[in-house]
Design a protein around this ligand. Sequence first.
Ligand SMILES: [Zn+2]
Length: 147
Amino acid sequence: MDNELKPVKEGVFEVGPPPRLRGAICSVCKQKFFPKPVVACPQCLGELQDIYLSTEGKVYTYAILRVKPPYGLPSPYAVGMVDLEADGIKVFTLFDPETLSELDFGKRVTLRVGEMGVGNDRKRCLRYYFTPQVGGGKSEIVSLDYL
Ligand SMILES: [Zn+2]
């Protein structure tokens, strides 16, 4: 379908359901990465294996931006880092523009994929973002799957 929205960049996340981030794990040193490095493990040059990362984590840091947004993003919008505790890495992300007032350090968040802004081709597209969990309480960490 021509009308179907596409991810802002192929290979970075799965639209789902369920939505998932595509990362990589080094087969030698076991370090995980997101997004997947282009060639090899940046730490030891080991071979990389594709993995899906966990879909839940906690807000490590964030900033709400009230300047004119790029790529047709909503205004204001928020960016930051989410700590995917189960994977031992932090990932750069947008946050749900509908729930900016609920953002807080340490808040538990869940991965979502939805329409947000436009891509390099100026067409509306899908982006991944994290949204605060209701109440923000502790919840089970989703374990990762290997591709
Ligand atoms: Zn490595």
